[in-house]
Design a protein around this ligand. Sequence first.
Ligand SMILES: Nc1ncnc2c1ncn2[C@@H]1O[C@H](COP(=O)(O)OP(=O)(O)OP(=O)(O)O)[C@@H](O)[C@H]1O
Ligand SMILES: O=C(O)[C@@H](O)C(=O)CO
Length: 421
Amino acid sequence: MLLGVIADDMTGATDVALMLNRAGMRTVQVIGVPPAGSALPEADAVVVALKSRTNPVAEAVADSLAACEALLKGGARQILFKYCSTFDSTAEGNIGPVANALAERLGAKLAIVCPAFPANGRSIYQGYLFVGAVPLHESSMKDHPLTPMRDSSLMRLMSTQARTETGLVDYATVLSGPAAVKARLAKLQADGIRYAVTDALTNEDLMTLGHAVSEHVLLTGGSGIAMGLPQNFRRAGLLPERPGPVELRAPAGRAGIISGSCSTATRGQIKAALEAGYPALKVDPFALVDGSQNAEGLAAWALAQPADKPFLVYSSDDPAEVAAVQDKLGREKAGSIVEHAFAEVARRLSDGGVTRLLVAGGETSGATVLGLGIHTLEIGPEIDPGVPWTRVVDGPEMVVALKSGNFGTPDFFLKAWNLLR
Ligand SMILES: Nc1ncnc2c1ncn2[C@@H]1O[C@H](COP(=O)(O)OP(=O)(O)OP(=O)(O)O)[C@@H](O)[C@H]1O
Ligand SMILES: O=C(O)[C@@H](O)C(=O)CO
């Protein structure tokens, strides 16, 4: 293994694994902290998918350190801490403490902070994160059910979370190329700065940044920064040319969609699926609480639908409805009730013959994958930037696509199936 990645949620892990795969590294995704003593799969890069974005800080730190230990033991020469391209963090903020702990473990004096992902509209300028044409705090991320983002300054966010000053590699420096970036990072490090936000607007910028950090033992950022890393290993003669992602063959069986994502993109995709006549059932968190809906009933409904179209089981709702649920049940309880139900639904669907499953939402995917007892995923073809089909390597015989809330075109739920044989 050359590169080890610690991803703070499930869909973020498939996102970065796809990026590495496309850039020519054979990449495997493992779910959860690998048990001590177990061997990691043979690959150029291994991505460990954690649920550490929203866990209590101490748990997030402990899991990330344990994942780091396993990756180092597996031979990783460089560690990437992958978080969301919209820097999603709870009020306490797990990104800073996790980065601090990893930096200490790895002896990293300075690490970059680069959530940019131009293909999905995430760019960084003067240290401010933009989503499409608006700053992060004006985007739909301000209303996220678990990690509402109300500040767009990455330097301020990181400084507050990591309790240390954060510097900037500005856009003019990035445009000047890898040597200029290296010099700027060295200057920041000499000044005692531990984190440097890097401006990036395009894939070319990410390639420049990737080149500039070839010697860094720790990187932090979104999947975009992974784009420029395989070239370093190739340049060092450590990575042969690899063929692009393979087509995936889906086992015979039924197809379905589970969505707990309340993001704007997902809600648009649900609208398109409803308009296309997909059989759909809406899950109501209050009904889960009072028992009028339960996992057994939801799965039974799904399995009873005609198999000519994928079914859709979804709890996705608009911000006002989600806020009303959270007011009554509490933010965490609302989330966990729905996630718990979907994990059980997924288990029952797999037992009932569903072999092609599309899941929308990072937390929802995390719960679903754990519910299904999946340990390892092999990365397949890209449906849209950041979202591949994956094949379950150990676990039920099926293919799954784990979609980050805000990723994918409006017809995502309609077109995804076309990439499967
Ligand atoms: N109707 C609802 N009311 C309240 N909470 C809900 C509702 N439906 C889903 N949730 C919760 O909202 C959260 C959605 O987070 P999730 O990470 O799954 O989606 P997302 O944020 O859109 O995706 P990503 O993290 O990939 O951007 C989950 O905890 C889910 O259980
Ligand atoms: O970086 C992103 O936006 C995604 O991979 C993600 O982490 C969403 O949960």
